[in-house]
Design a protein around this ligand. Structure first.
Ligand code: UD1
Ligand code: CA
Length: 451
């Protein structure tokens, strides 16, 4: 058999009541990505021939996110067995492995999925391979009942288990690889005569055993089976995911002074010899090149930073920020939808929005690109080697030519030719002795009021 004989079914129809949310549970984010997408990404590595997501009624928002993956609706949530049954129209003719995953368990790895599928395809050709784990606290997980030779005889839900069964430490992780040739035959035999009155997917084991088929268990670390039901669970999953992402980044050549204070997205990419100081946050869509140094308290999302650039401390790179090689973005600088070319410097207290800062240009402290007129956004173009004096406003659309200078404190609303000086501030005048006289008068008045 080849991997193309795998169909993935992701169960996502649960209401997620305990999230107290208007958003379907499976769209809540872990490391900047909906939890459902983590499951789909991991499943994609198994190269399934088909992938089907089972959603609940009214979960239209899920369709937008999974875009391109088949979906079926389970009108009412009558249990995990009933949920898988909804895929029958799609999978009736499918006789490979049906890998059932839970959308609210985003920490499962593709390696574990592969082990499960491989176990299903072993010599004894079991009907089902079930993912098991041994939690510190087995709580109310389903218990895996095995025989003397370690083969699985039944899965008993906690609420339906007797005292002896509740003593079992091996629990059901929920994930299964099932022989597609018998899946729907067995599912049609599942009833709802149990504590919850639901159609349990877990009943497949006893049904398969009665049919003379074997069932096996594949064990994985507890962490991978972790299911999210509440915001507290969500935070715990986030913590695990962050640890994994940090470890991967460091293994790839990133130095983190204080890894626990760096927050990554699942799609953050790094070159080698990147240094991350403490308290740096990466939202989705960030790509960092070789040798980039990101100093403390910086916030980046949707940004690209080329080799050798320095960012921060306290910098904010927003979507569309494209920072060139060896450029410098300093403290309290915000860059949005702008290109800062090679070697350019924007070091202090500046907003660069909808702009190009040409190669080697220097943008002085407190410069603002005034990109928004209240209705539309406009472009500012700063030429190569231009020098923008501090506290300048560049009122877009406007173009500063190559090598031009803008005098400090100017409000520039017309294009400046290459090599020119533009300055818009009022003439300076001096009044000798004026300040001394002025303070004298103020002091005299204050003294007379006190007496
Ligand atoms: C399930 C297992 C239990 C296992 C546990 C591991 C069953 C009967 N029980 O219990 O043995 O220890 O997972 O976490 O399978 N879902 C639907 N439609 C439904 C019901 C559920 O799509 O009608 C989805 C949920 O969205 C969720 C997944 O199936 O993603 C699991 O459902 P849940 O109700 O959380 O199962 P548990 O009671 O935790
Ligand atoms: Ca659950």
């Amino acid at each position: 058999m080849t991997n193309s004989d795998v169909a993935v079914v992701v169960l996502a129809a649960g209401k997620g009541t305990r999230m107290e949310s208007e958003i379907p549970k499976v769209l809540h984010g872990v490391a900047g990505r909906p939890m459902l997408m983590h499951v789909l990404d991991a499943a994609a590595a198994v190269a399934p021939q088909r992938t089907i997501v089972v959603v609940g009624h009214g979960m239209d928002a899920v369709a937008q996110v999974v875009n391109g993956v088949a979906m079926v609706t389970q009108e009412s949530q009558l249990g995990t067995g009933h949920a898988v049954l909804q895929t029958q129209p799609e999978l009736n003719d499918f006789d490979g492995d049906v890998l059932v995953l839970f959308a609210d368990s985003p920490l499962i790895t593709s390696a574990t999925m592969r082990r499960l599928v491989d176990a299903r395809r072993n010599a004894v050709n079991p009907a089902v391979a079930v993912l098991g784990f041994r939690p510190l606290d087995p709580a109310d997980y389903g218990r895996l009942v095995t025989n003397g030779s370690g083969q699985l005889e039944a899965i008993v839900e906690f609420r339906d288990a007797d005292a002896t069964q509740r003593e079992i430490g091996l629990c059901n992780g929920g994930v299964m690889a099932i022989d597609g040739a018998v899946l729907f035959k067995y599912l049609s035999q599942v009833g709802s005569d149990n504590a919850k009155g639901e159609y349990y997917l877990t009943d497949l084991i006893e049904i398969a055993r009665r049919d003379g088929r074997e069932c096996v268990v594949v064990e994985c670390p507890e962490e991978e089976t972790y299911g999210i039901n509440s915001r507290t669970d969500l935070a715990a999953a986030e913590a695990v995911m962050q640890q994994r992402l940090r470890a991967t980044a460091m293994a790839g050549g990133v130095t983190m002074v204080d890894p626990d204070s760096v927050y990554l997205s699942s799609d953050t990419t790094f070159g080698r010899d990147v240094v991350l100081e403490p308290q740096v946050y990466f939202g989705p869509g960030v790509r960092i090149g070789d040798g980039v140094h990101i100093r403390a308290f910086s916030h980046l999302e949707g940004a690209t930073v080329a080799a050798g650039a320095t960012i921060g401390p306290y910098a904010r790179l927003r979507p569309g920020a494209d920072i060139g090689a060896a450029a410098r973005i300093g403290n309290f600088v915000e860059v949005k939808a702008s290109t800062v070319e090679t070697g350019a410097k924007v070091n202090h207290l500046t907003y660069i929005g909808d702009a190009r800062v040409g190669e080697g240009a220097n943008v002085g402290a407190g410069t603002i690109t005034c990109n928004y007129d209240g209705v539309a956004k406009h472009h500012t173009d700063i030429g190569a080697g231009a020098f923008i004096g501090s506290n300048s406003s560049l009122v877009a659309p406007v173009k500063i030519g190559d090598g031009a200078i803008v005098g400090a404190g100017s409000a520039i609303s017309r294009d400046v030719p290459a090599g020119a000086l533009a300055v818009t501030r009022a003439e300076q005048s001096e009044k000798p002795g004026w300040a001394k006289k002025f303070f004298g008068r103020l002091k005299a008045r204050s003294n007379s009021e006190k007496s």
